[in-house]
Write a protein that binds this ligand. Structure first.
Ligand SMILES: *Cc1c(COP(=O)(O)O)cnc(C)c1O
Length: 488
């Protein structure tokens, strides 16, 4: 492969280390920074659940990077050549070519989004009593494995949950734990080993290619299938390039191919990986492919669209190729790095080192006065929205479940996640975020807990409603007004 790659590192004369946008804005959307009284009302109406806010009340929407990355001009242009056909669409042929080029897998099943891939994979390979070892779970992944009677076993190194760490690869598998798990249950009880790129729920933390190869070697030895969740593969590849010395001068395109080569099956949400909609499951193993194939027309749609519009299929084909472009995939991780460093300099505990996906603020330590059963991460997400108009997401006990006795299963970490969708925000917006977070940290004693008043039994974080355990939100607003006057 040609080893030339556009570089992205920019040094400053005055020693600053700012991430510079390597794109220009060609279409814009108006944002709404409402007065704080309206924001308080809005979060009350939303049951203190940021998922239930409407964008008319949101300034910077940092809920997720799912379906919110900016599209490129080439992606938008590609949508015009979409080939509308129920079967045999040439748009799908172009997507297959792109998947082959970027992931190195020749058989592709289209699905409407990432979790649909998880449904198909879990239904096909997970049987009651089976084990699925993984570096860490993701919400929808675990739900599908549970639904099919399987059990998730998490095999991160013990230090992966340390908030401030200098371990460059906190998403790595602990190989001894993996071996012990296989010995304990027996290889025939293991449905597959799942490797999640940029481990979402622990702060977008990557694994190294060396670790992927080691997992692959163990899986081969025991005849176990390996499955890569590639939803956040671009960011993981970026951090491999920056942090795994052997890969410093290796183009991202090659890193992506090598990553995918360690796994028998690769699935992805293109809402994340390629700034479009849809998702896919791909493999070079025709037997694996055929086992899943029948479920596609049943749940998704015909084999050549899988519930995705052909326009989005075109955008996906281009978006996947753009994942090999360093100027595209560096933007979000470098903005995250900048934000994390600034907040850390201000003494605010955030997940370190910077990962992909977002900046993760440690609510457990910031709100150490709020008991974990009063959901500190949810409270911090609501408080931050009230004082900034910025919408983040709770990633803590609310995102967890209750046990069979109805008690909360307290999450390993209580994080407020501020996602950085690719090429959406500017540096001055990020500086606003940092400023407001500093103010909130300074006033953290004012923030109290939350309790549910409407609680769904499945994936409760999406639609559950909560209320403050005291009138802390009003007090926070009062303090904001006394410090900022009429300012937004
Ligand atoms: C978002 C995500 C999914 C699910 O994808 P959707 O398109 O939102 O259904 C699966 N795995 C990981 C790691 C994700 O980040």
């Amino acid at each position: 492969m040609d080893c030339f790659e556009e570089q992205t590192m920019i040094k400053f004369y005055d020693g600053e280390d700012l991430p510079v946008e390597l794109h220009k804005v060609r279409m814009v959307q108006k944002l709404h920074l409402r007065p704080i009284d309206r924001r308080l009302k809005a979060i009350e109406e939303a049951g203190y659940n940021t998922f239930l806010l409407g964008t008319q009340d949101i300034f910077l929407d940092m809920l997720t990077d799912s379906g919110t990355n900016a599209m490129s001009d080439n992606q938008v242009a590609s949508m015009l050549q979409a080939d509308d056909a129920y079967a045999g669409s040439q748009s799908f042929v172009r997507l297959i070519e792109s998947v082959k080029e970027v992931f190195g897998k020749k058989h592709l099943l289209p699905v409407h989004q990432g979790r649909a891939a998880e449904n198909v994979i879990a239904q096909t390979f997970v049987r009651p009593g089976m084990i699925v070892p993984m570096n860490y779970h993701f919400t929808t992944t675990k739900a599908h494995i549970d639904l099919n009677g399987g059990t998730v076993v998490e095999l991160l190194h013990d230090d992966a949950l340390i908030i401030k760490s200098d371990n460059p690869f906190k998403g790595n598998f602990d190989l001894n734990k993996l071996l012990a798990t296989i010995e304990k249950y027996g290889a025939d009880k293991i449905a597959f080993i799942r490797l999640e790129a940029s481990t979402n729920l622990i702060g977008g933390q990557p694994f190294s290619l060396k670790n992927m190869r080691d997992v692959q070697a163990i899986a081969k030895k025991y005849g176990i299938m390996t499955v890569l969740d590639a939803s956040l593969i671009g960011e993981n590849a970026y951090w491999i390039k920056r942090r795994e010395p052997e890969y410093l001068n290796v183009p991202v395109a090659q890193i992506l191919l090598e990553m995918c080569d360690t796994c028998d099956l690769v699935y992805f949400s293109s809402r994340k990986v390629s700034s479009s909609r849809g998702g896919g499951i791909c493999t070079n193993d025709i037997e694996i492919f055929n086992k899943m194939k029948e479920l596609i027309p049943l749940y998704e749609g015909f084999f050549t669209y899988g519930g995705i519009s052909v326009r989005e299929i075109e955008a996906m084909a281009i978006g996947l190729r753009e994942t090999t472009d360093l100027t595209v995939i560096s933007q979000s991780p470098e903005f995250i790095r900048y934000t994390v460093e600034q907040l850390d300099n201000a003494g605010i505990p955030v997940v370190m080192p910077a990962g992909g996906l977002g900046c993760h603020v440690d609510a457990k330590s910031i709100l150490s006065h709020v008991p974990q059963k009063e959901y500190p991460a949810g409270a911090l997400a609501a408080a931050f929205y009230i004082i900034s108009g910025i919408r983040g997401m709770e990633r803590g006990t609310i995102s967890s479940v209750r046990d069979e006795n109805g008690n909360d299963v307290l999450a390993d970490v209580e994080l407020l996640r501020l996602a950085f969708p690719r090429r959406v925000f500017t540096l001055s917006q990020v500086k606003f975020l940092i400023d407001r977070m500093k103010w909130l940290y300074h006033n953290r004693e004012l923030i109290g807990g939350l309790e549910f008043y409407e609680e769904p039994s499945v994936l409760r974080f999406f639609a559950g409603k909560l209320k403050p355990t005291s009138n802390w939100a009003e007090k926070l607003v009062e303090k904001f007004k006394s410090d900022f006057g009429n300012s937004l």
